[in-house]
Design a binder for this molecule. Structure first.
Ligand code: FE2
Length: 149
């Protein structure tokens, strides 16, 4: 069974996912960016993909601790997961493999952290899609070497 992906949604959200950084450098950039895009008339789907790209998802409790409006910021749809996952693979001017991403989450949040568990879940989901797909060049997947851009 094939998966249906709204490529236009993914590309639009991927390009605009950090637009909220024009307003704030912190984690709230996802919320600010989503609000800004909504004010410009972007679709609810684009706004949600932008809002939910942070971390590998942020639970409602974590959101409260971070000072975000009280709700979960966890990617739900395939498009949202693709945008969030792709964002995790990029660090500065480097593209990381999934093992590097997991190591970073472990380093930043700890071994038993919910953030690491959510990152593993997101990566496992994307790995399953990759293994079922015929996309040979999914960046960073086959190799865990850092790719310098
Ligand atoms: Fe971001």
């Amino acid at each position: 069974m094939g998966l249906s992906v709204d490529e236009n949604l993914v590309v639009t959200a991927a390009i605009l996912h950090d637009i909220g950084r024009a307003f704030t450098k912190g984690v709230a950039h996802a919320v600010k960016g989503s609000e800004y895009l909504a004010s410009l008339g972007f679709s609810k789907e684009v706004c949600l993909a932008v809002e939910r790209h942070i971390g590998a998802g942020i639970t409602e409790d974590q959101a409260v601790q971070l000072g975000l409006p009280k709700k979960a910021y966890v990617p739900q749809t395939l498009e949202e997961k693709i945008v969030s996952f792709a964002d995790k693979l990029v660090e500065g001017v480097n593209i990381l493999g999934p093992d590097h991403v997991l190591a970073r989450f472990e380093r930043e949040f700890g071994k038993g952290s919910p953030q690491l568990a959510m990152a593993k879940e997101l990566i496992d989901f994307m790995r399953e899609i990759y293994e079922r797909s015929l996309v040979p060049g999914l960046i960073g997947w086959k190799s865990n070497e850092r790719l310098n851009l």
